[in-house]
Design a protein around this ligand. Structure first.
Ligand SMILES: [Fe+2]
Ligand SMILES: [Fe+2]
Length: 279
């Protein structure tokens, strides 16, 4: 009996692993992961100025990521899933980066790229950057838990090593020193682990078509937002370059005046865990 049960279990697991492997393959060819801004780093090299603009936008994502995951942890249905999420969070808080959380680590890169210390939270954000953050708070608070896990596991941790491999090629070409791009290089290894841990969190939930659909939906919602984010960064790089050549045109000044900074987002947005009593 035990042997039959074990065989049945491993068949179930094999089917779950196959679904997750197919999802990994789908993610790696998503335009959010292989966006032209990243994919062309070798053929269309980016300057330090371009990376300064990118850093000012990308920091807003880095600075919100743990909050999505904390919200998801609250919704996790059991301790097994919570454990895997908590393991990732401990790294994000600085366990493997000498006590510096990943936002602090990112700031070193921002400074190397030319952003003045103290102004990290004051970069006007492209609307697609704000939309990315808003979408992830929505996913992690309003969607079913597995949609959230799909967004943060497959949608983030599985995608980041590939995205960052492209970015690192561009950063090296732009002349950054290895010590200045620690944030990027440390994620190649850490996010491989995080992706594997979240796969362990996912594998037990892939036992119905509905649950698999939720996981995939979360991953694709996240990556669709990611693709729009990279377009936003591309647009921001172009407008900042124009501004550097032709300073303070009325149109670019007006456009920027309407853009929120991360500091303003933190002041205006309140994400809360609250009690909802059903009748
Ligand atoms: Fe991180
Ligand atoms: Fe990670």
């Amino acid at each position: 009996m035990a042997a039959t049960k074990e065989k049945k279990m491993s068949g179930k697991e094999a089917s779950a692993r196959k679904f997750l492997a197919d999802l990994r393959a789908e993610i790696l060819i998503h335009p959010g992961v292989g966006h032209s801004l990243l994919g062309r780093m070798n053929t269309d090299p980016r300057s330090k100025f371009d990376f300064k603009v990118l850093a000012g936008q990308h920091f807003a994502l880095v600075g919100n990521f743990t909050r999505y995951m904390e919200l998801l942890l609250l919704n996790a249905p059991d301790s097994d899933a919570k454990c895997w999420l908590a393991k990732v969070l401990v790294d994000e808080y600085g366990e493997r980066s000498e006590g510096e959380d990943h936002a602090e680590l990112y700031m070193h890169f921002m400074h190397a790229a030319g952003i003045k210390p103290g102004t990290e939270y004051d970069q006007p954000l492209h609307p697609e950057v704000v939309n990315f953050i808003r979408e992830h708070y929505r996913i992690c608070t309003e969607e079913p838990f597995l949609v959230g896990l799909g967004a943060l596991g497959p949608g983030h941790e599985w995608a980041i090593p590939t995205m960052f491999t492209h970015a690192i090629a561009g950063l090296r070409k732009a002349g950054f020193k290895e010590t200045e791009i620690d944030y990027w290089t440390c994620h190649l290894g850490q996010d491989k682990d995080h992706g594997a841990w979240l796969e362990e969190a996912l594998v037990d939930y892939c036992d119905s078509a509905e649950k698999r659909a939720q996981i995939r939906r979360g991953a694709l919602l996240s990556l669709d937002a990611r693709e729009r984010f990279w377009w936003g960064v591309t647009d921001k790089v172009a407008s900042e370059k124009t501004k550097a050549i032709i300073p303070a045109t009325a149109s670019t000044a007006a456009m920027e005046a309407g853009q929120l900074t991360l500091r303003q987002l933190r002041e205006r947005w309140k994400v809360e865990a609250k009690l909802v009593e059903k009748p």
